[in-house]
Design a protein around this ligand. Structure first.
Ligand code: ZN
Length: 304
């Protein structure tokens, strides 16, 4: 194991501090809303999905994602999971601060009313407002804990969302840089949408299926020779494709070439855009060709 590559930078204290800063900000805003009678953490969708906690979690997690993207730090899976623990700690820290401020305002000695007492009270005493009346409902009792667990899970899950988005972005390990969009090209179906649109629904579906199959076959033919080709060749091939989107095509495949800002490592992304039998627009990823590793392998072979 004598690879000349420098070791990957660790997520770094700065990224972590960015995450803590947005978490503190989000939880502080929740506190302000709480003081004004709006319990954001208590917003539930369909009575069971902790939507409010999830949203607050997303806002909290933005700092980790922005920090890692701006500083070009690749997050490790361990870091992402470490964030869950941090989110749970943050959640309880926020509850503890609320408890401390309550105790201080009401001049209650902490020996008589501890944090556990407080947490029991907010859990078991939790209630939902009546849908129409706006009156406080009856306390949930033991069920309150279930909702608290849902709340914490929603919050921690939400906090991971921004980082998971950055985690999936193509990255050049050699240069420790996220790849940047470099060039695009499109292959369009020969079938024009205005013609297909006029067909009856069943025939429209059949026509779309044929159009998409034909399109994918053409895309496969195009992609084969460049799947492992060097950057210059890949760029030249993409230049032969349509450079603008034809809105009238029933379907198209868009090639997006992302490149490392420092070296030739690159990544091809193939996305299918098509109309559906319901006259809606659908979008799906067809393939991702990661050539960052190919380039590293070629470089190492050349050095050997
Ligand atoms: Zn690179």
């Amino acid at each position: 194991m004598s690879t000349p590559q420098k070791p990957l930078r660790q997520p770094g204290l700065i990224v972590y501090l960015c995450g803590l800063a947005t978490s503190a900000l989000a939880l502080w805003l929740v506190q302000i809303a709480n003081d004004n009678g709006e319990n954001i953490m208590g917003w539930y969708a369909n009575g069971i999905i902790p939507a409010g906690a999830f949203l607050v979690g997303i806002a909290s997690g933005v700092g980790y994602a922005v920090g890692s993207r701006v500083l070009n730090v690749k997050l490790s899976m361990a870091f992402v999971f470490g964030m869950i623990t941090t989110a749970v700690v943050d959640y309880f820290a926020a509850q503890y601060l609320t408890y401390l401020s309550l105790v201080e305002i009401h001049h209650i000695p902490v020996e008589r009313y501890g944090f556990i007492d407080y947490f029991r009270e907010i859990s078991e005493g939790m209630s939902f407002k009546g849908k129409n009346s706006g009156d406080a409902g009856s306390p949930l009792g033991m069920w309150g804990y279930v909702y608290k667990v849902l709340e914490i899970t929603g919050y921690a899950g939400g906090a991971m969302v921004p980082s998971m988005m950055v985690f999936g972005m193509p990255y050049c390990k050699g240069c420790q840089q996220y790849l940047k969009k470099h060039r695009t090209g499109h292959i369009h179906s020969t079938e024009p949408w205005p013609v297909v649109k006029k067909l009856k629904k069943k025939e429209r579906l059949a026509a779309l299926q044929v159009a998409i199959q034909d399109l994918i076959a053409r895309a496969n033919e195009f992609t084969g020779p460049i799947a492992a080709a060097p950057l210059a060749e890949t760029e030249a091939a993409l230049a032969t494709l349509d450079q603008t989107i034809q809105k009238n095509a029933a379907a198209r495949i868009t090639y997006t070439l992302k490149k490392c800002p420092r070296c030739d490592a690159h990544h091809l992304d193939l996305s299918l855009f098509n109309y559906t039998e319901d006259k809606k627009v659908a979008n799906s990823n067809v393939a991702k060709i990661d050539k960052t590793k190919v380039v590293v392998a070629v470089a190492e072979a050349a050095a050997a």
